[in-house]
Ligand binder design. Structure first.
Ligand code: SUG
Length: 418
């Protein structure tokens, strides 16, 4: 089997809730204290995975982590039952669902040693995400145990790294050497810039990327200030297409010129601010879409329903598809439960270009396995979690039992403590 792009989606965990933990993520702040629906959330995510398989795409899975994270609380000198509410919320967060933040991937064609390199993100900027990395590392070490892969531990603090959400590959086709674009932030006014350029440079060095095929691009301060806490909220790339908002980058002319010089066949599809404001782009998550190549070679954009409900966004998309642009097809998915925490279709997936035969099959999905997962979620995931439930021991018992049932179903009990 040749090299393909696999989308590994994070299964939305049984502890999914709205604690308003992410400064600079407007949806998370807006929904702080709302009642979440973990069961419906996980089913929405699974429906997206099923739809992508139906499109002919290769689908993988990453698992929710062991929550609440007692190991992390232990390092802080406490336990869940005794911790203050804000630490309880951080320990309980299901934020590992946003697999685009799990790691940065440089596929084999891009690296000097011909291996596919994966660096787990440290996510140090947000306390509730800073303890994801050990669980992610454990899963990636299992899934990518073949020596065609090199799985790296995170870049050390204080250099914040948020993984593939700030990384784009541009290339003739998935199997060809790519220009890897690392997008970093410097300041977003009241909001933190989560991706540090030193972290991006470290990842590129570890992955053995040739300098002539690597770019470090500064995200615009305006984008961060408007709520684009990751680059994948304002831009997405697939093969030779860059789909971006006009205000995504600090110096767009220089970025486009360098990209055109490095990859002459590039198509840059820029959405002008006059057609779609940054505000509409961020509210609708137009760019947090999965831009994918279908088996027949044409490109589809897998969008959240919020994009269809935002008039300026939908108008722009319909005009693009009616014209001669590279995006030929629009697929709308309902991931509202994740969207309400600022996670769209693209946040939920980690892309790895490789031969699927080299991946541990326990992390790969087909329709039958998705049906089993749906039944498991129906049986075990809590129906809802409100702010007052966070300290409820019965809820915690249910969350742990749900994950345990998942590990047993997938034959992944070795992840029990992670
Ligand atoms: O890191 N939300 C996530 C959303 C991540 C989206 N990922 C990408 N854009 N790739 C975040 O801000 C909210 C959790 C809470 O508020 O309970 C949260 O962590």
């Amino acid at each position: 089997m040749s090299v393909v792009e696999i989308n590994f989606d994070g299964l939305i965990g049984p502890s999914h809730n709205y604690a308003g933990l992410s400064l600079g993520n407007l949806a998370s702040a807006r929904n702080a204290g709302a009642v979440s629906q973990p069961r419906a959330a996980a089913l929405q995510g699974l429906a997206k995975m099923r739809a992508n398989i139906a499109l002919g795409l290769t689908q993988g899975l990453l698992l929710p982590h062991d929550r609440p994270d007692e190991a992390w609380l232990g390092e802080l000198g406490t336990r869940y039952a005794e911790a203050e509410p804000h630490l309880q919320a951080c320990a309980l967060s299901a934020s590992a669902m946003w697999a685009a933040n799990a790691a940065t991937i440089s596929p084999a064609p891009d690296s000097a040693d011909g291996r596919c390199h994966l660096t787990v993100a440290n996510l140090v900027t947000m306390p509730h995400r800073s303890h994801e990395w050990p669980g992610t590392l454990a899963q990636l070490q299992l899934a990518f145990a073949h020596d065609a892969f090199a799985v790296h531990a995170p870049v050390p603090a204080p250099f914040g790294d948020e993984g593939a959400a700030n990384h784009m590959r541009l290339c003739r086709d998935h199997g060809a050497p790519a220009i890897e674009v690392f997008v970093y932030g410097e300041s977003g006014g009241p909001f933190p810039a989560r991706q540090h350029v030193e972290a991006s440079r470290a990842v590129a060095r570890r992955h053995g990327l040739p300098p002539e095929r690597t770019m470090f691009v500064r995200q615009s301060d305006a984008a961060i200030a408007a709520g684009a806490f990751h680059n994948d909220v304002v831009a997405v790339a697939n093969e030779h297409v860059l789909f971006t908002h006009e205000l995504a980058f600090a110096d767009r002319e220089a970025v486009y010129a360098e990209l055109r010089r490095k990859l002459p066949e590039i198509e840059i599809v820029e959405v002008p601010a006059a057609a779609v404001s940054l505000e509409d782009a961020i509210r609708s998550y137009l760019f947090n879409a999965q831009l994918v190549t279908l088996p027949m070679g044409d490109m589809a954009l897998i969008l959240p329903s919020e994009a269809r409900e935002t008039p300026a966004v939908w108008r722009w998309l319909e005009a693009h598809v009616a014209g001669n642009g590279p995006i030929r097809r629009l697929e709308v998915v309902d991931v509202r439960q994740s969207m309400a925490n600022g996670g769209g279709p693209a946040c939920l997936r980690l892309r790895v270009v490789c031969d699927p035969a080299l991946v541990d099959p326990r992390f790969l999905l087909d329709g039958r396995k998705i049906a089993q997962l749906e039944a498991l979620v129906e049986a075990h995931w809590p129906e809802q979690i409100g702010a007052a439930d966070i300290g409820n021991p019965e809820l915690i018992r249910q969350i742990r039992a749900a994950r345990q049932a998942l590990l047993e179903m997938l034959d992944l009990n070795t992840l029990a403590q992670r």
